[in-house]
Design a protein around this ligand. Structure first.
Ligand SMILES: *Cc1c(COP(=O)(O)O)cnc(C)c1O
Length: 454
């Protein structure tokens, strides 16, 4: 019989727990620090910003955490998601490698982000929170949160990076369809926004600025909490449902991947997809290669510094030990909006520092070349962010063609690109340029990093 094409799990087989890598780390994660005192923060410091249910998950050392039934019911709208063998693409690449992709684009918002927006809205609802403020870059996170808030009767306010707000009206309309309010950032609704506008009325905005606005909005209102779509430990935790499913799916066909590939912005889809396999490296001494792929225009892992830094531009957030390009980082307008964050999730940074995962950085034109190759063989038009993983999966498959090795490669297809056709248009009409973040700017950013006692 031919090998399976689509490896499916039944609803009953959907994992009922998330996996917390903190329980199995060979070295504990460096703590988050208070921006004022430089001392490790406690749960009470975070209480004005997040509900306690999520704060507990943020610091939990428990290995498995139950997924509440109400969340599982919503997950079942699109989960378990399929693992698919890209056989047409293998043939086109003429590779002996087997290439699989985990398909997260079937969710209502079109990406993996709903895996965390739903539990985040749920724990807020449980604690009586009436309103959530957040930021969004390309609009993926804003729409994922709008979807989740609506299901739990929570008001949702989204600060969307202005350049994307103008370029992606349909993402905003998706948020409005689900009942959220979405405004361009920098805005006049917050002091942080007004300050940026006073200095530069034409500011295109950045994720760092939008985070400052959403955090300020939260701190100023009793009924509001803040929500972050990536970076934090509890977000990585929620996303592990992806990798737990992938493991079960490979078990079903009696295979185990040699290479896992995922794109990284803040690190959440990559973490969720790969962390159950990182566990196997730590505990079972597996030799799997696990590769994080980032844009050369925003190379936090490959060029950044592993230091304590703020999560936002204004310095309102706790200090996180992470690979960072500096919180003042102003991204180039590349077409993978979701990968333009200055830092990297502390968990991913830690795993990279421990050499449990690898990282590569790629240019956006080769990324689109790979996306087109994938679309013309497998059909799915993937998000530009996802394209970074597609590129590296393709490079690894082409290496197998050289060496004749029959490796099993799997990448995380984090989302579809149906709202990103403007970027495809620019690529297809030959108007997309490559941009590499200059080393001098990394050195410059180093000067502005906060000083913390070691
Ligand atoms: C947001 C987004 C990303 C990047 O965010 P991570 O937290 O690094 O996963 C990648 N792919 C898609 C489709 C996204 O929407």
């Amino acid at each position: 019989m031919r090998d399976a094409k689509k490896i499916l799990l039944t609803e009953k087989e959907m994992p009922g727990q998330w996996y917390n890598i903190q329980a199995d780390l060979p070295k504990p994660l460096p703590p988050a620090l208070h921006p004022g005192t430089g001392k490790p923060i406690g749960p009470d410091d975070l209480a004005p910003i997040f509900p306690m249910g999520l704060i507990q998950q943020e610091v939990s050392q428990e290995r498995f955490i139950d997924i509440p039934e109400e969340i599982q019911d919503i997950y079942r709208i699109w989960r378990p998601s399929p693992l698919v063998r890209a056989r047409n693409w293998e043939k086109a690449l003429d590779t002996p490698a087997k290439i699989y992709y985990k398909w997260e684009g079937t969710s209502p918002a079109g990406s993996h982000k709903v895996n965390t927006s739903v539990p985040q809205a749920y724990y807020n609802m449980k604690e009586g929170v009436k309103r959530i403020a957040t930021e969004t870059g390309a609009g993926q996170w804003g729409s994922a949160l709008a979807f989740a808030c609506n299901l739990f009767g929570i008001e949702c306010k989204v600060y969307m990076v202005k350049i994307s707000f103008n370029q992606k009206p349909y993402r905003r309309l998706l948020m409005e369809t689900w009942g959220a309010k979405c405004i361009p950032s920098p805005s006049t609704d917050t002091e942080a926004g007004r300050k940026v506008l006073a200095e530069n009325p034409d500011s295109p905005g950045s994720l760092g600025i939008a985070i400052s606005e959403a955090v300020e909005d939260t701190i100023k209102r009793d009924d509001t909490r803040y929500s972050l779509g990536s970076v934090l430990n509890h977000v990585m935790l929620h996303q592990t449902i992806i990798g737990l499913e992938v493991k079960k799916q490979f078990e079903k066909i009696g295979e185990y991947p040699d290479i896992l590939v995922g794109c990284v912005g803040g690190g959440s889809n990559f973490a969720g997809f790969s962390i159950p396999f990182v566990r196997d490296k730590i505990v079972d001494k597996k030799k799997t290669r696990i590769i994080a792929v980032e844009p050369l225009a925003c190379p936090s892992l490959t060029k950044g510094l592993y230091r304590y830094d703020f999560g936002d531009t204004s310095g309102l957030t706790p200090l996180l030990r992470m690979f960072t390009l500096g919180h003042n980082f102003m991204p180039a307008p590349i077409h993978a909006g979701g990968l333009r964050y200055h830092g990297m999730a502390p968990i991913i940074s830690h795993l990279y520092d421990l050499k449990l995962i690898e990282a590569v950085a790629v240019h956006q034109r080769p990324v689109f070349e790979a996306l087109i190759s994938f679309a013309r063989t497998e059909g799915h038009v993937l998000a530009p962010e996802t394209g970074h993983a597609v590129r590296t999966a393709m490079d690894e498959a082409l290496k197998c063609k050289q060496s004749g090795e029959k490796k099993v490669i799997v990448f995380n297809a984090s989302g579809h690109g149906h709202f990103d056709m403007g970027s495809y248009e620019r690529y297809l009409s030959n108007n997309l340029e490559d941009y590499e973040y200059p080393d001098e700017l990394v050195k410059e950013a180093q000067k502005h990093l906060p000083v913390v006692p070691e």
